[in-house]
Design a protein. Structure first.
Length: 153
């Protein structure tokens, strides 16, 4: 069982997947910082000096001025501002992954060798217009003699 596990880990796909996961985690961290530190502050300023991370609905009877105060008191809250940030994170990550996949597919297409065309094995009968073997001298469908029209098909 240990040998099978070692073989599984040494396959290229598993290593590629691990690298992809590590890069994905790093990308997620960068995008979270981009959203929280660069994208959301100007949007909040335009909307009216709102910090989206602090938007919440208090489900308790007491009033709390900030989300931090509500969390410190252990009050139940719905943190819709954090949810908005998470949605924006997701959209940016999805767009970046879309761009990466598009670029990879285009480069793979660009460097793929064109498929070799299959050799021609049939020709059209000049009389009945059906496909027949290229070296046929008599059409099996209309029984026409093709030996005198070889160059015309």
């Amino acid at each position: 069982m240990l040998k099978d596990f070692r073989n599984f880990l040494s396959r290229g796909n598993v290593l590629d997947m691990a690298v992809g996961i590590i890069i994905g985690i790093a990308l997620g961290t960068v995008v979270s910082s981009l959203v929280n530190d660069i994208v959301m502050p100007p949007i909040g300023l335009l909307i009216g000096k709102i910090n989206f991370a602090d938007l919440f609905i208090n489900l308790s009877d007491k009033h709390y001025a900030t989300l931090a105060a509500a969390k410190a008191a252990g009050a139940p809250t719905i943190n819709y501002g954090a949810f908005i940030n998470t949605i924006i994170n997701f959209l940016i990550i999805a767009f970046v992954v879309f761009l990466m996949v598009t670029v990879v597919y285009k480069t793979q297409k660009k460097y793929q060798k064109p498929a070799a065309s299959a050799p021609v094995t049939t020709k059209k009968c000049p009389y009945c217009k059906t496909d027949i073997p290229i070296d046929a001298v008599k059409c099996p469908n209309c029984t026409s003699d093709l030996s005198h029209v070889e160059g015309k098909s």
